[in-house]
Write a protein that binds this ligand. Structure first.
Ligand code: HEC
Ligand code: HEC
Length: 301
């Protein structure tokens, strides 16, 4: 009898641990002490966590958790050290309502492994650009008009990706390369949004050859097994069923023009980089605080 009961009690205890702890949706905690990550610091679990992360989280947070266009970097010191395991567990299992961060349906064990992986990430040591974000904002919206193709916090064009979070997604050196020579990107770079057969795409440019022999080039908006949608340079959307197409060509060049020093001076570039680096999504514009604006005496809005 005893030998049957013990495993059962153990099972219940484990269940209570998860239910009363991180998974306890509004339940009173069954124990005082916060549950700990059972895999903390274990490198095998971190590797497993990385594999899970790549398949479930990387499309938004980037393959190394460095951030992507749809999700912030998870390598900040606040996340790697400042937050408790339990808070991380809650964020991952419940998601963040009202944001694209979904509730995951990973089992507790796998969630802990992902957390073990996240803990193993260290922050990027990125240099902060020297320019002024406020002047950079003018460069972006007025002087050079990147906003013709890019939206920031709801303002601007749609041909290129929304850059509202670009500061947490990309390092200044990446941004500089993309602006100066948009077609000369390393393999480590992707547009962060589009994946083809598990491979990230470098550019969003797609050319289609219709069955009638017409070519249509534009920026990829959506693609699945049966259909494809793109936007042309006039911001018009085109929708095709793949069975009506002869060819789908993912181009290896950008629709974005390069900005050399003739068009964009080094000074303007530094300001622009400072501005872009400050963009962390609508809730995370840490750099652009009211105090910051008080200091510079310019009203951002
Ligand atoms: C569809 C895109 C998407 C997916 C998939 C996704 N996330 Fe997120 N995640 C986000 C966004 C967007 C935020 C920021 C929400 C906000 O505005 O606060 C976020 C926030 C977070 C945060 C909190 C960051 C902070 O600074 O407080 C963590 C931790 C996190 N995600 C982990 C994960 C993990 C682990 C996975 C995979 C199991 C995952 N996310 C899957 C989009 C995503
Ligand atoms: C004619 C449209 C157009 C203009 C103008 C334009 N871009 Fe782009 N940009 C794009 C497109 C399209 C992409 C998507 C990636 C690709 O296909 O290269 C892109 C990609 C980017 C990316 C990369 C995003 C990522 O995560 O990899 C950055 C950064 C960027 N643009 C910044 C700028 C800045 C800054 C300016 C102004 C100096 C600018 N762009 C002007 C069309 C444009």
């Amino acid at each position: 009898m005893k030998s049957i009961r013990w495993p059962f009690i153990l099972l219940m205890a484990t269940w209570g641990f998860f239910k009363g702890g991180p998974l306890g949706f509004g339940c009173a905690p069954l124990q005082e002490k916060e549950p700990q990550n059972p895999f903390a610091g274990q490198s095998v679990a971190a590797n497993e966590g990385q594999a899970i992360f790549r398949s479930q989280c990387a499309m938004c947070h980037g393959p190394e958790g460095q951030g992507g266009l749809r999700g912030p970097s998870l390598t900040s010191a606040r996340l790697t050290q400042g937050i408790s395991d339990v808070s991380l567990f809650r964020v991952i299992t419940r998601g963040i309502p009202g944001t694209p961060m979904p509730a995951s349906d990973l089992e507790p064990e796998r969630t802990w492994k992902v957390i073990t992986y996240l803990r193993s990430l260290t922050g990027h040591l990125t240099t902060v650009p020297l320019g002024s974000p406020l002047t950079g904002k003018e460069v972006f919206f007025q002087k050079i008009q990147c906003s013709q193709c890019h939206m920031v916090n709801g303002r601007g064009g749609r041909l290129g990706p929304d850059l509202s979070r670009i500061g947490s997604a990309r390092s200044p050196s990446y941004l500089e390369r993309k602006i100066r020579e948009p077609n000369k990107l390393g393999k480590d770079m992707t547009v962060g949004l589009w994946w083809e057969l598990g491979q990230p795409l470098l550019y969003q440019t797609v050319t289609l050859l219709t069955r009638e022999g017409r070519y249509v080039t534009g920026s990829l908006r959506n693609e699945d097994t049966f259909s494809i949608q793109l936007m042309d340079s006039k911001e018009e959307l085109h929708f095709f069923l793949k069975k009506d197409l002869q060819k789908v060509i993912h181009e290896s060049k950008s629709l974005m023009p390069g900005y050399d020093e003739q068009i964009l001076s080094e000074r303007d570039l530094q300001d622009l980089l400072a501005y872009l680096s400050s963009l962390r999504g609508p809730n995370q514009t840490q750099e652009l605080t009211p105090q910051h604006y008080e200091k510079t005496g310019i009203n951002p809005l």
